[in-house]
Write a protein of this length. Structure first.
Length: 420
């Protein structure tokens, strides 16, 4: 069984680490966090206005928007695997990730040239291609930069910086729309400029993580990477858990649309809804990552889905529209992301050999992304056929049953391995 055997001296932490509370985090992780911060400002500027732009501005149906939201989650799943495989073969994680960041930046500029729902969808598909290429190599750079016992902390720091961008992006979109009424083109222009800055930061400040394959592993005959990875019981269990829960994970864009309906919120204030989620995620990412290192990453991952279920149930409850409803939905949603996004990658990292780290993370991300893609299609279809309330009730019931199923199965054989 392959396990990471790199010593501390083999870890790519040569970049000077930041001072203060983050002093134990390698500089590579911090630099990647800054790249993600800037890139997320760009991405979330677009994401914050996209639901209203497509459904209210361009007349896209809930079913079509569900398909597009699913595209954001999983339509580029094959490219995640391709990006992981290329990065592992070439040992050029930074180059593959940088290609993905550059492609996404180009797509922000392309949004200025399209004006129909499906032309926008085509540009967003290309943008997701960039995200699919860069995500696994980026996470592999993080995982290879720290020892197994500190994976949760490292991913927590990265996700906290990443979420700072998710917090600033909707605020920037709100500011642009405040100055330019219905100024979607202005939002796309500013987003493109910020995305280019992220590519520059990656090129200048992120260092490649050297991968040193242990001698016994080199002596073995070559094996197909995916077949080798699927023999790891811990990774197989994580993939199954992520896929089953992902099928009933309601996309945050849908939750924001439902909340906007309950609040009767004007379009100008709609971009502020993701700010509450991002603020909670930002504050919780590092503490939750450290908690996952101590208590078990699989337990924390499942707990995050319990919080998402709570947010769905609050939207279904006959509560008066007001601050309590807003906090009751956005706070659990932020904690859900803190307990699932980086924690899942931190759980998988120590299970994977260094020379296949990127491919393994890509396999896990693909399983989750494909499930969320299917889930978005199902939710959009249910909304179109029966309305938003019944659609949310069905999703909540499915999530509850899925949590019960994976908890029972995991307690039997996957829990100890997945929590490593």
């Amino acid at each position: 069984m392959y396990l990471s055997t790199s010593r501390a001296s083999d870890i790519a932490g040569d970049t000077p680490a930041p001072k203060g509370p983050l002093r134990s985090v390698p500089g590579t992780v911090f630099a990647l966090g800054l790249v993600s911060l800037v890139t997320d400002v760009s991405a979330e500027m677009v994401t914050a206005v996209l639901p209203l732009y497509l459904m209210a501005g361009l007349g896209m149906s809930p079913l079509a928007f569900g398909a597009l939201d699913g595209l954001h989650q999983g339509a580029t799943a094959v490219l995640r695997l391709a990006g992981g495989r290329i990065a592992d073969r070439t040992r050029r994680h930074k180059l593959v990730a940088g290609t993905g960041y550059a492609l996404s930046a180009a797509c922000k500029a392309a949004l200025l040239a399209v004006a129909t729902p499906w032309s926008v969808a085509a540009v967003l598909a290309a943008d997701r291609t960039g995200k699919g290429l860069r995500t696994a190599p980026r996470d592999a750079l993080i995982s290879l930069s720290v020892p197994p016992g500190e994976q949760g902390r490292a991913f927590g720091v990265h996700r906290a910086l990443d979420t700072a961008g998710a917090l600033l992006g909707p605020l920037a979109a709100f500011g642009v729309l405040w100055v330019a009424v219905d100024g979607y083109e202005a939002v796309f222009t500013v987003s493109c400029c910020v995305a280019v800055l992220g590519v520059v930061l990656l090129a200048l400040f992120v260092r490649e993580a050297p991968v040193r394959t242990p001698a016994p592993a080199r002596a073995r005959p070559p094996q197909p990477p995916v077949r080798t990875l699927l023999r790891l019981p811990g990774l197989r269990g994580l993939c199954l858990t992520a896929a089953v829960l992902g099928l009933f994970t309601v996309g945050d864009a849908f939750l924001y649309l439902l909340l906007q309906r309950r609040l009767d919120l004007s379009a100008a204030y709609f971009p502020l809804l993701p700010v509450g989620t991002a603020a909670v995620f930002l504050l919780a990412a590092l503490p939750v990552g450290r908690l996952a290192d101590r208590l078990g990453r699989r337990r924390v991952f499942l707990g995050g889905h319990v919080l998402l279920l709570g947010a769905c149930l609050l939207l279904l409850a006959p509560l008066p529209a007001g601050a309590l409803l807003v906090a009751g939905v956005l706070a659990p949603l932020g904690l859900f992301y803190a307990a699932t996004d980086g924690v899942l990658m931190a759980a998988a990292g120590p299970l994977l050999p260094a020379e296949l780290r990127t491919t393994g993370l890509a396999v896990l991300q693909t399983a989750q992304a494909l499930a969320r893609f299917a889930g978005s299609l199902l939710f959009g279809s249910a909304w179109t056929l029966w309305g938003p309330g019944p659609a949310l009730a069905l999703a909540a019931a499915g999530l509850l049953l899925s949590l019960a199923a994976v908890s029972v199965v995991g307690s039997g054989h996957a829990g100890n391995t997945a929590d490593s």
